[in-house]
Design a protein around this ligand. Sequence first.
Ligand SMILES: *[C@@H]1O[C@H](CO)[C@@H](O)[C@H](O)[C@H]1NC(C)=O
Ligand SMILES: *[C@@H]1O[C@H](CO)[C@@H](O)[C@H](O)[C@H]1NC(C)=O
Ligand SMILES: *[C@@H]1O[C@H](CO)[C@@H](O)[C@H](O)[C@H]1NC(C)=O
Length: 448
Amino acid sequence: MKGGNFNRARGKHLPFTLLIIICMTILLWSYERKPTDTSILSTQDQFVLPTSEVFKVASQISGDLVKPQDRPAKESLAVHEETGDQPKLHITEESDKYSASSSEKKAVCDYAKGRWVLDSTRPLYSGFKCKRWLSEMWACRLTQRPDFGYEAYRWQPENCYMPDFERSAFLKRMQDKTIAFVGDSLGRQQFQSLMCMVTGGEESTEVEDVGSEYGLIAPEGAFRPDGWAFRFPETNTTILYYWSSCLCDLEPLNATDPATEVAMHLDRPPSFLERFLDRFDVLILNTGHHWNRGKLRANRWVMYVNGKPNQDKRLAPMGSAKNFTIFNIARWVDSQLPSHPRLKAFFRTISPRHFFNGEWNTGGSCENTTPLARGSEVKQDESSDPVISSAVRDTKLKLLDITALSHLRDEGHLSRYSVKAAVGIQDCLHWCLPGIPDTWNEILAAQV
Ligand SMILES: *[C@@H]1O[C@H](CO)[C@@H](O)[C@H](O)[C@H]1NC(C)=O
Ligand SMILES: *[C@@H]1O[C@H](CO)[C@@H](O)[C@H](O)[C@H]1NC(C)=O
Ligand SMILES: *[C@@H]1O[C@H](CO)[C@@H](O)[C@H](O)[C@H]1NC(C)=O
């Protein structure tokens, strides 16, 4: 009996030890899993699938046959070995994706890859109503245009979660912050788009015009100021735009003679940026379409380097001058970041143009009205804008990569409804608003 008792006791004891081990294991397990158990993360995790899963889904959607082992880590490594760049950074990013906390996961998310999907909640504001913030020439709802299918799509990044744009949440996050767009007219489109998104297209009379705080007032006799700045009093958020089509410093060679030539200092940031960078929390730069001889001649701009007319033959080709300037501004902003710890700086990639059968001035047109006629998906890993993506590589600037996804949207331009339509000029460069630039802002909002 005793022995039996002993045996029973030992028999009881063994399962008990086992039970403890099992409990500890489960406990440890669930502790490790905890970060993925919160509701926000589980939504995100639906999109951060294991690579092979992402692949299955992607190939189901596209019908393409691509093997999982062709995936990111190896591919980017190979690319960087070819260009001779240090691949180290990319490897780290890839491995971080699976070990980092959720916010870091978001930081490495590639918003440029994904697809356009129909969404009945689009557009985010009305093109009839958003009159205070939107230039009439860009509000296609106010033109004769009969088709608006292009308004009905949302961008869905492939393997990361992008929250829907919600204006009060956005403003709250941007409490006491200043968002500055600096660039050409495509930057101005993105600025107007954001104003419409944040106001919901309402007139919002409480929003203050604070242009004078930034010297953004039209000089006497001028057609318009060099930019605009508005403040939302309830959150003290400022959104502004400054026109700088070259992201370089422009200096009239004779300030008292309006017909004089203008020095275009390729190696100097726009003086506006130098003057006000201290006040910015988010900066979005863009340039691209003004880098052609016609624009330079029309503006009487003369390239200067080192404070003197450019003598360097290597910079004479327009593409080289553009590349030189883009690298310069990216390096200059990067050099300012340590002393501006609040600042998040983005370089937006080029907005694609879609002139078919000619150029803008030789009858080029963009007549397609069927959304996504050229496909709905972006699958490539590398940016379609090699100049800007290589300029921000090895800096702390972020790439706002919208080129490939916008390239799929040729039906979204002003096309034959542009202000110059009467003289046979279509606009296949600027976009209807609401429209494609709204998506650029959603991708921006997901990253600030
Ligand atoms: C508004 O925000 C700016 C920073 O952008 C800050 O300097 C200023 O004190 C704020 N004003 C108020 C009334 O909170
Ligand atoms: C600048 O332009 C004014 C007006 O045309 C002219 O009188 C003046 O001589 C010019 N100054 C220089 C330094 O060229
Ligand atoms: C652009 O400029 C950078 C920096 O000067 C240079 O390393 C790169 O080769 C240039 N790229 C092109 C395409 O000219």
